[in-house]
Write a protein that binds this ligand. Structure first.
Ligand code: FPP
Length: 247
């Protein structure tokens, strides 16, 4: 196997990577297994990718674990996903602490089932002092929900006379997003061959490099992460400028 890790430029590591973990269901179907086993196998990828990202110095990893649209899945799958989250968070706290992983979440988490919310809050509390990498779980998240929520908050401030509309800058708006305090992702990865953003971090990915791979999430591990980072490092990020202005 080629040593991809040694080809990575340590000076150009994205500090924030966001991932749309897709293809668990198809991975399971391909193997003649129930979809839920695909999600179970997906947890192994979460573990491997988090550790690999931390090892090379990525500071934030955001994973799209459950979207607001995912409630429309068959109830048994929704229940299984919620139980898997509870089991996984409970089972991983010790390792998260051992590996310096701080857990946090974005999305409308207060609307999650009580048991999921309780475990999530415990996980966040028990890992809050870790500093090696922050693992952000997007749960009951959608970018349109987040943008509307921020807009409503600012509108209330204006109505109450505490904010002048002219003061609403990008920075002020970002304060109301669930990602406030987290730098924007420089790299967004989606697995399973789909090339869509599916309502994920629409504001925050304005300048992110997008990387789509046909690999299903349960087959996505350290090597696949390093391939994505190498692709990112070989791109020229111009932010609206021309090539010659970058040197
Ligand atoms: C997408 O595959 C996957 C999800 C909606 C759930 C992802 C959840 C996990 C990997 C487990 C969560 C655990 C933690 C701790 C984050 P899909 O079901 O949409 O696959 P398909 O498109 O092939 O049907």
């Amino acid at each position: 196997m080629t040593d991809l890790k040694s080809q990575i430029n340590p000076e150009k590591i994205p500090q924030h990577i966001a991932i749309i973990m897709d293809g668990n269901g198809r991975w399971a179907k391909q193997k003649g297994m129930p979809r839920v086993l695909g999600h179970h196998s997906g947890v192994k990828s979460v573990r491997e990718v988090t550790e690999a990202a931390a090892q090379i110095g990525v500071k934030y990893l955001t994973l799209y674990a459950f979207s607001t649209e995912n409630w429309n899945r068959p109830p048994a799958e929704v229940t299984a996903l919620m139980s898997l989250l509870v089991e996984t968070i409970k089972g991983e706290i010790r390792d998260l602490n051992k590996n310096g992983v701080r857990l946090t979440a974005i999305g409308d988490i207060e609307a999650l089932p009580a048991a999921t919310l309780k475990t999530l809050k415990e996980g966040i509390e028990k890992t809050k002092d870790n500093q090696r990498i922050t693992l952000v779980l997007a749960l009951n998240y959608s970018a349109k929900w987040e943008i509307l929520h921020a807009t409503r908050k600012l509108a209330e401030e204006v109505k109450a006379g505490r904010l002048d509309p002219a003061q609403i800058t990008e920075a002020v708006f970002e304060e109301e997003l669930s990602t406030h305090g987290i730098p924007d992702p420089e790299l967004l990865i989606r697995t399973s061959g789909e090339a869509r953003l599916s309502n994920f971090l629409l504001w925050q990915v304005a300048y992110a490099e997008l990387y789509f791979t046909p690999v299903y999430w349960p087959d996505f591990g350290q090597q696949e992460l390093f391939e994505a980072i190498l692709s990112f490092q070989n791109r020229e990020r111009r932010f609206g400028r021309i090539s010659e202005q970058l040197t």
